[in-house]
Design a protein around this ligand. Structure first.
Ligand code: KG4
Ligand code: ZN
Length: 356
């Protein structure tokens, strides 16, 4: 028994000359919605951040996250439609993040999207959040050509891919422990800094010496495209504990040295992948890709190796609805849809074409 219902009456929408996608993203701690025209033009992009709710706990509290999504999701979607100057009746397709992420948070977005799809009789596609990040660069003017090396570096993921097309990416390595953004967040908590830790550490690092402390860089020669950030985290903890009652010594130097260790690993592995697979373009995305030091050092290092590094603007690096709309648009073009019985997934994405 499938118990599923088909939303759309025909594929009329896919051939419509004007394609308007409404996208919903609620995988983590941002409730986001966007309207995208013809797979290219962002008409609106609304993000309601929950940072204020989770910052007092130094990290995301899943139950609080899902409850907040529930409270704001209708308003966020309505605002996205208003800013786009559109109504629901004009929307030709829906895209929603189906995973990976926090189950309770995903359920809110997917249930909401299903309800709209059913009421409006329009197709709904389930997007892999990581595919959204990998494609976010296509919302910029200067875009890469397929295939390229994609590095998603965020609070939940540090994963290297070969991105083959708008609907297909191949995982070649991922973190064995913490994600890079998670390491930034944990170190910030340890240092008594605000959540999320990435931007705060990045700012303090500007005043510090990146070579003051020699923190470890885990290169993992057996699995060269995997990552591990637990060693650098422990090394920072040791330095901080040594500070004892006198407080944390050289805060800016610790931040700069920690950031440098993470940045160097991310660059070395991305470039090694580009070399191995003979690809000249590397696209970084995810919250950590907005880090200024990573952006400048990666740009230089790629150039030295005869490659080009691409970064979406910072607002497109962190979670947003536009990237989900873009990925969703291409899936809908290929007729990839989900039905009323679709589930969410917290980890492994069964998304079409994505090998993880
Ligand atoms: O992509 P994102 O918004 O959410 C996830 O999908 O995880 O990424 C959030 C992560 C957080 O861990 C945050 O500390 C980190 O990205 N981040 C940064 C910077 N801005 C955000 N890390 C380093 N430097 C930054 N400037
Ligand atoms: Zn993300």
């Amino acid at each position: 028994m499938s118990g599923s219902t088909t939303y759309y009456k025909s594929m009329r929408d896919v051939t419509s000359p004007r394609h308007l996608i409404l996208a919903i993203e609620s995988s983590c701690d941002e409730t986001a919605a966007a309207v995208l025209r013809d797979g290219r033009h962002v008409l609106s992009d609304i993000v309601a951040s929950q940072v204020g709710i989770h910052s007092q706990y130094g990290g995301i509290v899943p139950e609080l996250a899902s409850r907040r999504h529930l409270e704001v999701i209708v308003g966020v979607a309505q605002e996205a439609l208003n800013q786009a100057g559109s109504t629901l009746a004009e929307i030709t397709g829906l895209a929603v993040t189906q995973g990976p992420g926090l189950v309770g948070s995903l359920v809110v977005g997917v249930s909401f999207a299903k309800a709209i799809a059913l009421a409006q009789g329009i197709p709904l596609t389930g997007v892999n959040h990581l595919q959204g990040h990998l494609l976010s660069i296509f919302l910029e003017r200067h875009v890469p050509t397929f295939p390229y090396i994609g590095l998603v570096v965020s609070g939940g993921h540090t994963s290297l891919y070969i991105v083959h097309s708008f609907t297909s990416a191949e995982l070649i390595g991922h973190t064995r422990d913490d994600a890079a953004g998670e390491a930034f967040d944990k170190i910030a908590k340890l240092l008594g800094l605000a959540y999320p830790g990435g931007p705060v550490i990045g700012e303090l690092a500007e005043k510090g010496d990146p070579h003051a402390f020699k923190f470890p860089r885990a290169m993992l020669p057996e699995t060269p495209f995997d990552f591990s950030f637990s060693g650098v985290k422990t090394a920072v903890q040791t330095v901080v504990r040594r500070g004892g009652r006198d407080g944390i010594p050289h805060l800016a130097d610790i931040c700069a040295s920690f950031q440098e260790a993470v940045v160097e690993v991310l660059i070395a592995k991305s470039l090694a992948a580009a070399q191995k697979y003979q690809l000249g373009q590397i696209v970084l995305s995810g919250g950590v890709a907005s880090n200024p030091r990573l952006r400048s050092r990666m740009t230089e290092a790629a150039r030295d190796q005869g490659c080009e590094a691409f970064f979406p603007r910072p607002g497109l690096c962190t979670d947003n609805g536009s990237m989900i709309a873009l990925a969703g648009y291409h899936q809908l073009q290929e007729g990839i849809t989900i039905e009323t019985d679709a589930d969410v997934y917290s980890r492994l994405p069964p998304s079409p074409g994505v090998v993880c």
